[in-house]
Design a protein around this ligand. Sequence first.
Ligand code: NDP
Length: 445
Amino acid sequence: MADYDYFVIGAGSGGVRSARIAAGHGAKVAIAEENRVGGTCVIRGCVPKKLLVIGAQFAQDLDDAGRYGWTLGERRFDWPTLRDHVQAEVDRLNRAYQATLDAHGVETFHARATLVGEGRVAVGGREVTARHVLVATGARPLVPGDVPGAELGITSNEVFHLEALPQRIAIVGGGYIANEFAGIFHELGSQVVQLVRGPRLLRGWEPALADRLLQISRARGLDIRLSTRPTAIRKAGAGLEVELASGVLLAVDALLWAVGRVPNSKGLGLEALGVALGDRGAIRVDRGQHTNLSWLHAVGDVTDRLQLTPVAIREGHALADSLFGSAPWTVDHDAVPSAVFSNPPLASVGLSEPQAREQLGDIRIHTADFRPMKNVLAGRDERAFYKLVVDAATDRLVGAHLIGPEAPEILQALAVAVKAGLTKRQLDATLALHPTMAEELVLMR
Ligand code: NDP
């Protein structure tokens, strides 16, 4: 008899959901977490980031307020106030996650767990046994090993706790985190220089959205440098000196690495057990989240496929249902929507135009390029851009790509249409809801 039916390593989004669902099926479940219950998304990712995005957005609203007739008093931003309120919310969610585990009878070990044999886990100075073990340890920010002084930079782990708002910050990367924090810091009043190693932002995204974000960001005053990267970082007084590949030296107060996240698979005992690992140490799993060992499973970022919270949650849920419930199922990784909460935000689902051309050949593209009403009255010359990708043979909508105010909110609804395989004709048959930005989606001819 094993001590537990299910031992989950990592109490982030995927692990907590899986533990709770398994317990609901009657399994005896334990979970181990070496940091804070809640994981990356809740503690140092999506949630605090989105709150900072909302906080930063006020800068623009305050700019626009005058055009809408408002006279405001003194305007001042206090970073510690926002930072501390965000952390208080993180604390509340951390308690809520713990309460959920407790309410479902999941035993929590606030300690690091490692695998020491088949179904055997060392945790908190003890060894316990389990019929099934789930590794849901997530990923951590990458800090390049080949840049002298790289350790002087911070990552998304530290950025939420800064003592003071940096007056000048270098942000390295052209992906999700870099663009989100470039927007946040710029709006909050920092001077931002973004260093992107490739020739454009957001490689792999619909190029039209990446280009529009670059154009708007630069017009707003962000210093975005493409095809460049830091080659050395040195201390300089209270700040840093960043040397670029071109030899140019930048003086900044802080540097943020946003160059990808690597799976947390080291030091868990996986190699000794012969667990199949992929690039960057990702745990290899099949469609059902099973590793090459029958008792060991993995979900979420540690598998390094789609590093997105809703994906990890659903994988954890499917696995728990499959192991302990009566109706096994697997997660479909097709047409997963995602958003970059940059300023303006962008959101995407399905195939980009280049991907669709390659995979389907004959496609139709429909676009809308417009100035949102709010921007018009504010006198701000920023245009939103929407692109729909349609399979010409079937008229099916296979991709949707939006940049502009509220793009993520709008895209979530449109993702249903892409997932359901709706046709462009069906979008056209839907009447517009006027005046909205989303109405553009049914007015593209
Ligand atoms: P991304 O993979 O999105 O972007 C990494 C960026 O760093 C790319 O521009 C990449 O360039 C560049 N890069 C990689 N290595 C180096 C290097 N050594 N030197 C300079 N540049 C480098 O990673 P993030 O860290 O932004 O985010 C990690 C993941 O977390 C995302 O992929 C996403 O899945 C998830 N996430 C999701 C969010 C959301 O849903 N809103 C928000 C934040 C994170 P290149 O393109 O040339 O490889």
